[in-house]
Design a protein around this ligand. Structure first.
Ligand code: FES
Length: 333
């Protein structure tokens, strides 16, 4: 997964913020149900102050009842007065989306993490080709807002179920004829093939949606000759993860070695061994669980570390990242 910083500056927290451990206490100012199983929620500062800015494609971690989940911000990131997210109800998820659908009302206070950038547009790109499936449209909405604001060349392919189309009015208003809409796989496959083969040199590709769709788009792009450095992927939290290989971790502080079986996260293995590692989202997006690595080679699966940090291999987000089968990681715990 390639992630890059955008050229748009992110402003820091506004002075005077109640900012505990990089979180904000915000009030729900509106909720809406724009499509089946989708709830759009808007947050603002209870005192009406401006919120920290964010780059396109940013997400926030929302504390939903006893759960935390990451959601893409769909508004304009320049001096925002509000943060807006759209939440798909996930029947088999961790319960966070159900809480946001069923329990949250206007006027409620919610803890929200500061915006994180993980899927920003590349400043030097000649053109931005955005491909979204279903609720994967959410980061693309902020991309389109920024493209509109900064007059960047952007094109969107959006495939969705007719009964649960999110943000269609935004897409239409922001992209107009530069948006191609699809409601069936066959026509999407045709549009994708045409789009991948007709871009000017220097175009960057961004894709977000269900894992199977992302895999198809990335494979099609690579088959069409797109270099990996121009393909940017945003996966949804746990949707991105398979059970992973079994490996071993050595806690150099105590000298103990612990097996990490397939299906158990490194974070869980460390916790089971009595190590104290702070965590928040447990989905590789918030940055809270970051720990150093002093030996072995991590397999990074998070949405938080930059590509340089991932390449250096001396830190890991143990909630999602692991190591290859049969290898050993060393952590100074
Ligand atoms: S707990 Fe959030 S990145 Fe690991």
């Amino acid at each position: 997964m390639t992630m890059t910083m955008a050229d748009t500056a992110v402003s820091g927290p506004t002075p005077g913020w109640r900012n505990h451990a990089a979180t904000l206490e915000l009030v729900v100012t509106s909720v809406a149900a724009p499509a089946r199983d989708i709830r759009s929620i808007t947050f603002a500062d209870p005192a009406g102050r401006a919120l920290p800015g964010f780059v396109p494609g940013s997400h926030v971690v929302v504390h939903a009842g006893s759960h935390t989940n990451a959601y893409s911000l769909t508004g304009d990131g320049t001096h925002p007065a509000r943060y807006s997210i759209s939440v798909l109800r996930v029947a088999g998820g961790n319960g966070g989306s159900r809480w946001l659908h069923d329990e949250l009302d206007e006027g409620d206070l919610v803890t929200v993490g500061l915006p994180r950038s993980a899927f920003a547009p590349v400043a030097r790109a000649r053109k931005h080709l955005l491909i979204a499936g279903g609720i994967g449209i959410t980061p693309m909405v902020s991309h389109l807002r920024a493209a509109d604001r900064w007059q960047r060349d952007a094109q969107l392919l959006y495939v969705f179920r007719e009964s649960s189309a999110a943000h269609l009015p935004d897409v239409t208003a922001l992209a107009g004829a530069r948006a191609e809409l699809f409601t069936d796989r066959a026509s999407f496959a045709g549009g994708l093939g045409r789009a991948l083969c007709s871009q000017p040199v220097g175009t960057h590709l961004y894709v977000c949606g269900p894992s199977t769709m992302i895999d198809v788009v990335v494979a099609s792009a690579e088959a069409a000759g797109w270099p990996p450095s121009r393909i940017h992927v945003e996966r949804f939290g746990m949707d991105a993860l398979d059970a992973g290989d079994p490996f071993r971790v050595t806690l150099t502080g105590s000298g103990r070695s612990v097996d990490v079986p397939s299906g158990t996260s490194l974070l869980e293995a460390l916790e089971n061994a009595g190590a104290s590692v702070p965590s928040l989202c447990r989905q590789g997006v918030c940055g809270e669980c970051r720990i150093p690595v002093t030996g072995g080679r991590p397999v990074h699966r998070d949405h938080y570390l930059g590509s340089d940090e991932k390449q250096a291999g001396d830190v890991i987000m143990p909630c999602v990242s692991r190591a290859n089968a049969g290898t050993t990681l060393e952590v100074p715990l």
